[in-house]
Design a protein around this ligand. Sequence first.
Ligand code: NAI
Length: 290
Amino acid sequence: MTSGGGTYAVTGSASGMGAAVAESLRAEGHTVIGVDLRDADVVADLSTAAGRRAAADEVLAKAGGKLDGAVLAAGMGPSKGRERMITEVNVLGVTDLLTAWRPALAAADKAKVVVFGSNSTTVTPLVPRGAVRRLINGDTAGATRQILRRRGVTAPVAYAASKVAVTQWVRWQGTKPEWAGEGIRVNVIAPGPVMTPLLQSQLDSPQAKSVKSFPVPVREYGTPEQLAAWVMIMLSPAADFMAGTVITVDGGTEALMRTRDWPKPLPVRGMPKLLWKMYRAPKDGQVAQY
Ligand code: NAI
């Protein structure tokens, strides 16, 4: 449990899991600065650079320069024809805001950040690695061109690519001295199908059959409240010892489809990279020593 009186930014606060998290935080006595397209403290469109800038600045002004945490739940589902917008909201709607908010998060005592990824990161085939690399570097136009060149089911691929990119960005940035070393804990929650307007719109679309046929071992969809409960743990002191971690809450789909892929012993070819990271780790006690 978090102790009340903190200030938290929550994107996607008007609906689904973002709304459930905002409600849980308010119930524990925190101030929530909600960001969304409508019904929010900060109304902004995260699919444009200007909207993201305005959202970042307005939140900082309302928070008075100090944020105890942030939950990045705003996101678009795999809607056909909106591939570029999916990448803008799901990737830059996270990375631009967090980059702008980092000093305010560092100003708090052990701030916590939770980013919404998805189990689609590990169960969607045909996601081009180059597109993921481009997205991590902020090149949404180049990534979208590469995804659209493949034709076929481009929206689910854009969606999965956006979530792989944002998850890898968290694992890359979240373990750096500027984040983990400054007391900020950034982690990812990766839900499977959760009954929200986003999932409902997929169930109402021509893709309903493939959504319904997706294997979920527990044989039911998740609820926004269940996911919010996990996010609340990731915002609490229980997460002080967590950085760059992905928590999958998906009814078992990922475990079923990728049983033997993880965990895996470190391959020999990974050793030079690991040694390089150990060498680069600051030795001033800011981050844990290896
Ligand atoms: P939702 O559709 O209920 O809520 C998403 C919110 O994001 C909405 O309030 C929407 O207005 C906001 N949003 C969308 N585009 C925006 C923009 N351009 N600017 C500002 N706000 C914008 O969806 P849900 O299901 O609660 O999703 C939350 C997060 O969880 C998303 O990142 C989604 O990708 C992810 N997720 C959802 C799953 C599901 O089955 N529902 C599964 C895995 C991940």
